[in-house]
Every structure is written in C-alpha cells, then in structure tokens.
Design a protein around this ligand. Structure first.
Ligand code: ADP
Ligand code: ADP
Length: 225
C-alpha cells in the first residue's frame, strides 16, 4: 500500500488561483475524504493528482516517487468520475479492460483482471452489455471496475455517488467501505455529502477557498462539543 504526498501544490488559471499551496500526506491504506464548499478546489486538486491538470508549482509523490510531470497513465492512479465517463460503444468488459489493452497487456491477463473486478463488484452478468443498457448504479460499478482492473497505487473518486438516489447511495457507501478493506488500497474521495465523509473516511480533509482548513478523523471533526 503506497502513500500519496501532496507537497505545497499551487494551481492557477490565468489570474485566478484555485489551489493556494496545499500539503498533506495520505498514509498507506488511508481513505481520505475531501470536503468543502463548492468551488473550493477539491476537484481541481483531484484532477491535478490524476494528471488531468498541470500544477503551477509544488510536487506530488507516491511512495516518494515524483509523479508531478508524469503522464496520467504512468502515475499509478485511477480516477472514478461522477458522470461515469464510460465509452458508450464498448461493452462493460471492454470498458473495464481498455486501459490494460492500451498498455499492451496480454488478452488472458486482461480477461482475468476484468473477471476479478466484475466479481468484486457483482456485475458479472452485465459484462457483455453496453453502458446504455445499465442503470446508474450499475454504470458507476463499471466505472469503479475500470479503476480496479488497473490495480492503481491510489484510487481517486470525484463525487462518485452524487448522481445516484438515496437508497443506492447508502448501499454503495457500504460497498465502497468493503472495497477499501478488500483491496487494502489508498483512496482519496471528494464529496459534498457529510454522511459519506462520516461513514467512510479514515481522515477528513476540509478545504476552503483553495486551502486546507482542517484535517481530522470523523469523530474529531463532527463530534466536537
Ligand atoms: P470544487 O471541486 O471544490 O467544487 P473546483 O476544483 O471545481 O471546486 O474549482 C475550484 C475553482 O477553480 C472554482 O472557483 C472554479 O471556478 C475554478 N476553475 C476550475 N476550473 C477552471 C478553469 N479551467 N479555468 C478557470 N477557473 C477554473
Ligand atoms: P490510459 O491512457 O491508460 O487510458 P488515462 O489516465 O489517460 O490512461 O485514462 C485512464 C482512464 O480514465 C481512461 O480509460 C478513461 O476512460 C478515463 N479518463 C481519463 N481522463 C478522462 C477524462 N478527462 N474524462 C473522462 N474519462 C477520462
């Protein structure tokens, strides 16, 4: 299980600075939940870790390895998006295996990785469907499965449950907790949902206006007298 170190990261867009010098370390196997008001920079920070944004200054390291300037596919991270971002013309199995295929991995290895992820997420019976034949909850499982097949060092989640109804959200919270325990993975999870933060986080990072305002366990942050 790797650590993720964010070291004095700044991200500016023209004259606007979205991240104003943020540092924190996710220890191996932590489930970090980042919360904070809309526009405070959570998504920008996550996308910077994923390499979808180029940071202005600072450094990002996984187990001490500097990934600040690495290609998204070479970072050892996998991101799950709120809108699923599945390839509509590919089957579920093809979606889940695509990154491995692009990396030139053998078919047998891809099939094994896809089968394993499908079993963990209980979507084995949907492998040959296309995304439009799936419910929202099933699509989100496929998006998570696509991250799992890459066996990343760090999982990044950007509000993955926000498009689901309340019952499904509560079910998926339990499943994500199980997934974290089973994969023993390091995870960074962005949400504006306090229940998600309370139930899933090992530590909560509270952001405000491009800065980290507070870091603490769910008990520390929400049960203060
Ligand atoms: P959050 O995820 O916390 O809601 P974001 O990270 O999406 O916040 O956005 C942080 C700030 O950066 C917001 O004020 C947003 O308007 C701004 N921002 C995000 N992307 C861009 C961009 N491409 N150009 C200019 N400003 C941006
Ligand atoms: P690769 O080159 O191995 O596909 P990337 O890190 O570029 O690695 O992308 C990994 C996966 O994440 C892709 O398969 C793609 O589905 C998804 N992805 C990456 N960036 C985006 C994005 N901006 N929007 C939607 N999906 C994305």
């Amino acid at each position: 299980m790797p650590s993720l170190q964010i070291d004095t990261v700044v991200k500016s867009y023209d004259s606007f600075t979205a991240i104003k010098g943020v540092s924190f370390t996710a220890e191996p196997g932590e489930f970090i939940v980042m919360v904070g008001p809309s526009g405070c920079g959570k998504s920008t920070l996550l996308r910077s870790i994923a390499g979808l944004e180029t940071i202005t200054s600072g450094a990002i390291r996984i187990d001490g390895r500097d990934i600040t300037h690495a290609e998204p596919s070479d970072r050892g991270v996998a991101m799950v998006f709120q809108n699923y971002a599945l390839y509509p013309h590919m089957t579920v199995a093809e979606n889940m295996g695509f990154a491995l295929k692009m990396a030139g991995r053998p078919k047998t290895e891809i099939a094994a990785a896809v089968a394993k992820a499908a079993k963990i997420l209980r979507i084995e019976e949907h492998l040959h469907k296309t995304p439009k034949q799936l419910s929202g909850g099933q699509k989100q499982r496929v998006a998570i499965g696509r991250a799992i097949t890459r066996a990343p060092d760090v999982f990044l989640f950007d509000e993955p449950l926000s498009n689901l109804d309340a019952a499904l959200r509560s079910q998926m919270r339990v499943e994500l907790g199980r997934l974290h325990a089973e994969l023993k993975a390091t995870m960074v999870y962005v949400t504006h949902d306090q229940t998600e933060a309370m139930t899933m986080a090992t530590r909560i990072v509270v952001m405000n206006a491009g800065l980290i305002e507070q870091v603490g366990s769910p008990l520390d942050l929400y049960n203060r007298p």
